[in-house]
Design a protein around this ligand. Structure first.
Ligand code: HAM
Length: 419
């Protein structure tokens, strides 16, 4: 038997209604904030991720699915959405339109990580990106949007925020980090020893135990912020306070991708285990420029849908019902045809109606109707075809009413009244 690749997910019909509910909530809330959906390719030129996510990140160094296409071009399955969306903004000159440009997306991402609860190699992200607004009001609004989605879903993860500064304050901070980590160079993993020269910030999100232990006492970015970054960060906090949004400042959040600068944030819920970050985001003002686009500020976030679903399941959230409204049973080939036709007439009127497709006996058709969770059943036979009347039986309470089988509009009305 061929099995799915390790770390991928089959989302089965018993859970997809919950996924759909989450996805609809994400788009509905982001719509209220003025976001419009964008769809971008599943794979891009590898260079895009090298230049945006960053050569020195775990994602690019260890986790991307890379391949050469038939013309030998280096391609990568997207490990996240921001880079592809930014590329699309530049390539399609979306920056020439109305600003700020507010885009939302739902996409599958691919990272070769060690699979565990809440972490897979193919996973789904809902994200938003806002381009062309550098003010703290935009920072606060993006956080409110993520929070709004969690509220809509009845979840209340903890919000942690930080500022990782602009290139100027970051340079001073990187010097301090380099000095700190150089003193214990020998205890760092091999990758981090390399990072010491290239980008010491990345050592802070290394998963190696020894590196994690050393990172605990590393200098904090918040002690190195320049006046402008500090002001912007203070303004965001004020705006969130004014909205009574509870958060904590966590100076240890650095995020695992290189394009961030200024505000970064995460929504965390430990009840789902070690992979507890439900949503991560932040500002990335230099990204569009570095991809040969205009000097356009940007900020956004992405939430991991698998982790949100885990949270909802943990809470005992019921999977929304997806049951047929009516099952049309039949006793012989002639009435099976009539059932087939009536089912189609009801579907055209928006109901979910099914009939026998495998030639079951009436008894097993009734069993099937029960199992499928249909709200109503009608049995068509000789008599029903002759009189054009049949009994509409509720499978919920067993009550019956006589209906005209040649009047699908009236039948639909009856079914809807009973729902
Ligand atoms: P990220 O923190 O790498 O950020 O991923 C965002 C979210 O995706 C995580 O918080 C987590 O919920 C989910 N996620 C990440 N990796 C996995 C995995 N292997 N399995 C399941 N879920 C996962 C980004 O991707 C940025 N592009 C976010 C962003 C948008 N920043 C600005 N705009």
């Amino acid at each position: 038997m061929i099995q799915k690749p390790r770390g991928t997910l089959d989302l089965l019909p018993e859970s997809t209604p919950l996924w759909r509910k989450v996805e609809q909530a994400c788009f509905a809330v982001s719509r209220r904030f003025g976001y419009e959906e964008i769809r971008v390719p599943t794979f891009e030129r590898s260079e895009l991720y090298h230049r945006s996510v960053g050569e020195g990140t775990d994602v690019v160094q260890k986790e991307t699915y890379d391949f050469s296409d038939k013309d030998g071009r280096a391609m990568t399955l997207r490990p996240e959405g921001t880079a592809g969306v930014s590329r699309a903004v530049i390539e399609n000159s979306l920056y020439a339109g109305v600003m700020p440009l507010k885009l939302s997306y739902l996409l599958s991402c691919f990272r070769y990580e060690l699979p565990q609860a809440g972490r897979s190699r193919e996973f789904y992200q809902f994200g938003v990106e806002c381009f062309g607004a550098a003010r703290s009001a935009c920072d606060a609004e993006v956080i409110l949007l993520a929070d709004g989605i969690f509220k809509e879903l009845g979840l209340s993860p903890r919000l942690e925020i930080n500022s990782i500064g602009c290139p100027e304050c970051r340079a001073r901070y990187l010097e301090a980090l380099k000095e700190y980590f150089s003193a214990c160079r020998d205890q760092l993993c091999e990758t981090c020893r390399g990072r010491l020269e290239k980008n010491a910030l990345r050592i802070l999100d290394c998963k190696n135990e020894s590196c994690k232990a050393i990172s605990k006492d590393a200098p904090l970015i918040t002690d190195y912020l320049c006046a402008d970054c500090k002001t912007q960060f203070d303004e965001v906090k004020e705006l969130l306070d004014a909205q009574n949004l509870v958060y904590t400042v966590n100076p240890r959040i650095v995020r695992g991708l290189d394009y961030y600068r200024g505000l970064v944030f995460e929504f965390i819920d430990e009840s789902i285990g070690a992979q507890s970050t439900l949503c991560g985001g932040g500002r990335y003002d230099g990204l569009i420029r570095s991809l040969d686009g205009p000097d356009l500020p940007g900020i956004g976030f992405a939430m991991g849908l698998t982790r949100i679903i885990l949270c909802l399941e943990q809470k005992g959230e019921p999977v929304p019902a997806q049951k047929p409204d009516l099952y049309l049973a039949s006793t012989d080939p002639e009435s099976a045809k009539a059932a087939f036709t009536l089912a189609q007439a009801l579907r055209e009127r928006g109901l979910c109606a099914t009939s026998d497709l495998v030639g079951r006996s009436v008894k097993s058709q009734m069993k099937y109707a029960d199992k499928s969770g249909a709200g109503y059943v009608i049995v068509l036979g000789d008599e029903e075809l002759q009189t054009k009347r049949a009994r509409l039986r509720s499978l919920r309470d067993g009550t019956e009413q006589v209906v005209d089988i040649e009047d699908p509009d009236a039948l639909k009305k009856r079914i809807q009244e009973g729902n």
